[in-house]
Design a protein around this ligand. Structure first.
Ligand code: GAP
Length: 437
């Protein structure tokens, strides 16, 4: 099995990620996050919000609607330009993106030597359409948002009017986006429904400001992944060529991860210029300018955007953390990301004194640590440790016979397997420090 296959299997078996609509045969490009997956994703989102909104003075949050007036997508250029080149195999009519060379090679093999010819590339729009309204014939065609970005830009005036922000300032948002991807694949990497975490940062429309903030946000975002434990040798920047840049971008950089299926994008840092505000001003007729009191002038601010995928980040954090040692599998997730922070075990599952003492500690930790704390009293202790290693639990607490005598417990470290003994009275404080909570 490849590492990717092992992770996909672990995700299903241990409750991280399940295929969407599985009991009905599935729905390509959709995934459901299980009890551990939702924790991992929530942790990623929480620390994104922490680093963007709570730790800064000039960035606010927003949660805009998924459904928007279809004019939004005309103005943003997505109705015309949010397209991928689609080609069709002339033998079986399966569809591919013209630029997906590897996928096309794999497909070629399926036809066992027969020479495939492909149709000429056609532009295929990725926006997902829906119908809205209660009267069948009068239903309005709307789009599920193809990027979460536009919900921010159409609220530019509202945000300015309801806060005291002044340029430069940012708006952070996390939410679902939908794309009619031609070939969803590589687990959650390319899905049709996924979550994005973005910052739209409004700056003065000047070249030197663009350079400054572009560099600043590239560094900040790269460092954010490092701060959550990602291996710095597996991350790099890549600049988009002119032909691959999205229609809204004047300059685009990807943060790429060295994944089992090659270097792949999981966050983009884009200079969107004044494209979005300019377009919404033109289509809505609403003035989208900012009056800059410093220079006594109004202008449409430029936008530096950081746009990351929550699902891709979760997948890449899992790959990065996956590790096999001689008799165990470990997810070496940063404690901040680990779905279960602590597991509590009585040494033996059939000794009422041990169970009672351990339950007391378990309940106490549950009430104090606002994250998952696990309980396990089945089988032998070694198996319980290994079971927690496989889901990335950083620390296991064991209550043994000595605990009954001197009110101490052992803390076992996931990565080193070393144990130390601490007083129960100090346990919560020590765990908080070690978990970096
Ligand atoms: N607002 C800019 C924007 O949406 P993008 O490069 O198209 O830019 C940003 O998407 C991020 O969203 C990507 O870096 C990726 O992490 C995530 N993403 C995009 N398409 C995705 C898909 N089909 N499945 C999962 N994540 C996706």
């Amino acid at each position: 099995m490849t590492v990717q296959e092992k992770i996909v299997s672990l995700c299903k078996r241990r409750g991280f990620i399940y295929p969407g609509s599985e009991i009905y045969g599935g729905l390509a490009g959709t995934w459901d996050y299980g009890p551990l997956g939702v924790e991992l994703k929530n942790n990623i989102k929480r620390f994104f919000w922490q680093s963007m909104v709570y730790e800064r003075d000039n960035i606010v949050g927003l949660d805009s609607a998924i459904l928007m007036n279809p004019q939004v997508w005309k103005a943003s250029g997505h109705v015309q330009a949010f397209v991928d080149p689609l080609v069709e195999c002339k033998i079986c009519h399966e569809r591919f993106r013209a630029d997906q060379i590897e996928e096309k090679k794999v497909h070629q093999k399926l036809h066992q030597g027969a020479k495939i010819s492909w149709t000429a590339p056609k532009e295929f729009n990725l926006l997902v359409e829906a119908k809205l309204g209660v009267v069948e014939d009068a239903k309005q065609k709307v789009y599920l948002r193809g990027e979460i970005t536009q919900g921010v830009h159409i609220n530019f005036k509202n945000i300015l009017d309801s806060t005291r922000l002044t340029i430069p300032f940012g708006v952070a948002q996390i939410g679902k986006a939908f794309r009619n991807e031609i070939t969803p694949g590589n687990f959650t990497f390319r899905s049709r429904e996924f979550e994005q975490m973005e910052l739209q940062y409004y700056i003065k429309p000047e070249n030197k400001e663009v350079q400054k903030w572009n560099e600043y946000w590239k560094k900040e975002r790269m460092n954010w992944y490092f701060s959550l434990g990602m291996n710095n040798k597996r991350l790099r920047f890549r600049k988009h060529t002119d032909s691959e840049r999205a229609h809204y971008a004047q300059d685009a950089w990807d943060i790429e991860y060295d994944s089992p299926f090659g270097w792949k994008e999981f966050e983009g840092i884009h200079n969107r210029g004044n494209w979005d505000l300019g377009q919404h001003q033109k289509y809505s007729g609403v003035d989208m300018s900012f009056f800059d009191q410093e220079i006594n002038k109004k202008y449409n601010p430029y936008i530096i955007e950081t746009s990351g995928g929550v699902d891709r980040a979760a997948f890449f954090f899992l790959i990065d953390a996956y590790c096999e040692e001689k008799d165990r599998v470990i997810l070496k997730l940063h404690p901040k990301l680990a779905p279960v922070k602590i597991a509590v075990f009585p040494l033996l599952g059939n000794k009422p004194d041990l169970i009672k003492k351990a339950k007391g500690i378990y309940n106490d930790l549950k009430s104090k640590i606002s994250a998952l704390v696990a309980w396990d009293d089945r089988g032998n202790i070694g198996k319980r440790y290994f079971s927690q290693d496989e889901i990335g639990t950083p620390f296991c607490i064991t209550i043994d016979f000595q605990s009954l005598k001197d009110n101490t417990v052992t803390i076992r470290n996931r990565d080193t397997t070393k144990q130390d003994r601490v007083k129960i009275d100090d346990l919560h404080r020590i765990l908080q420090t070690r978990l970096k909570l």
